[in-house]
Write a protein of this length. Structure first.
Length: 423
């Protein structure tokens, strides 16, 4: 695994023929610094008598296990009765407690300044990304309004020169600008991730090499028999003083049309295409909250359909990633995936550990990130006594300690993380 500050290869790079990069390990290093972990490496740490969930969704829980950590790495894993702790180690007896891999948040619009607290168990994330590239007018003030292909290429060049690990894509980008951005990014070995623009079919974005697509808007549209009509509606959207909310209200109306014209055969063909390309989907189910007001009924219908689509993604072999939302909570997303979409706790945990590790290029040739194995990075979460996350994924909220690159943080654990208010 690369050292902090180096770029890492994004999953699917070979298919793109370029060294794509998202900054996962550097992000973990920033997490340590933000949590006050500066200074020399601590002495070895031995977590003993733990119930270890080393690879959620792949391996069963292993009771009575010891994990030995030194210099930021996992140096040994074995049964406590057979694996002695190093003589100079700090020993933590974790009887009744569960140990899982550190959570990895693949959300693309997170910056080091608003990194989720380490005490929530998030030990790595994607970043730093470029200023978002959007259409004209841009939905957010911080975005770059890209009018044409030439502007898109300039924006990608500036992103690379500015040290961005990847280019952020927002939904208003035109098809012409998107394809120019994709071409320029490939030339500069710079990845791009985020939304699939409204003007770009999801299959085309997948073929172009976008390996992480956030939200389900594009999938809703592509699975509809009224796709062309809805695309015309997207092109006619107008915004006023509050561009983001104005657009969102109109998008929801069009999404409801897509839900009512859903065609499973179209969806199946598309999902098989995404799976063959290795495209990952971050549904962001928790982004929409509990709908209120006069539109609540059909908004709930849209949400229920999103849950169905996530179940279909999982069934057809499209990797699903658990990503938080701005001001949101990765734990809530885990619960939406496990319980709402019916993936179950093990698959939901995998969507926040091994799957994003692969997508962000953290897994490397040994495939160790997002799991607990000797030689892997020492990024772990210790859950409270009796908090079995495979029985109930809500147990992941009950954190007793977090280990980030070998450093232990156990002061003031959060037992119940706050939920994002509905909008």
């Amino acid at each position: 695994m690369a050292e902090p500050g180096r770029r890492l290869v994004l999953g699917g790079a070979a298919a793109l023929g370029s060294a794509l990069a998202l900054g996962g390990t550097a992000a973990a290093g920033r997490a340590v610094a933000a949590a006050g972990g500066a200074g020399p490496p601590p002495r070895p740490l031995a977590l003993t008598h733990a119930t270890l969930i080393a690879a959620p969704g792949v391996e069963p829980p292993q009771p009575g296990m010891t994990v030995v950590i030194h210099a930021g790495r996992i140096t040994a894993v074995g049964r406590t009765a057979e694996l002695p702790a190093p003589p100079d180690a700090r020993v933590m007896d974790l009887r009744g407690r569960y140990v899982i891999p550190g959570l990895i948040d693949p959300r693309t619009d997170i910056d080091s300044g608003d990194f989720p607290p380490v005490r929530r168990g998030v030990t790595a994330f994607a970043g730093p990304g470029s200023t978002p590239l959007d259409g004209v007018p841009a939905l957010r003030q911080e975005s770059v309004a890209v009018r044409d292909a030439a502007a898109a290429r300039r924006a990608v060049r500036r992103a690379g020169e500015g040290g961005a690990a990847f280019v952020r894509v927002h939904p208003g980008l035109s098809r012409e600008a998107y394809l120019a951005m994709a071409d320029e990014a490939r030339r500069r070995q710079l990845p791009y991730a985020g939304h699939c623009p409204d003007a770009v079919p999801l299959a085309e974005a997948s073929d172009a090499g976008q390996r992480i697509v956030e939200h389900l808007h594009a999938l809703l549209l592509a699975a509809s028999t009224r796709e062309e009509e809805i695309r015309h509606g997207l092109a006619r959207i107008t915004v006023g003083a509050d561009p983001y909310r104005d657009r969102l209200r109109q998008i929801h109306r069009l999404e409801w049309t897509a839900v009512r014209s859903y065609y499973p055969d179209r969806a199946d063909r598309l999902l098989d295409h995404l799976a063959a390309n290795g495209t990952r989907i971050t549904p962001a189910l928790a982004a929409h909250g509990d709908p209120q007001g006069p539109d609540a009924a059909y908004l709930r219908g849209i949400h229920d359909h999103r849950l169905h689509l996530v179940a279909e993604l999982h069934r057809r072999g499209v990797p699903v990633l658990a990503g938080s939302t701005p001001g949101g909570d990765l734990h809530e997303e885990l619960e939406q995936l496990a319980d709402g979409a019916g993936l179950g706790a093990a698959a939901a945990l995998r969507a926040a550990t091994a799957e994003p590790a692969r997508a962000l290029g953290l897994a490397g040739t040994a495939g160790t990130a997002g799991t607990v194995v000797p030689g892997g990075a020492a990024d772990l979460v210790v859950l409270a006594p009796g908090a079995d996350p495979l029985r109930d994924v809500k147990a992941v909220r009950r954190i007793d300690a977090v280990v980030v690159r070998g450093r232990l943080f156990e002061d003031g654990p959060t037992r119940t993380a706050s939920r994002r208010p509905p909008r």
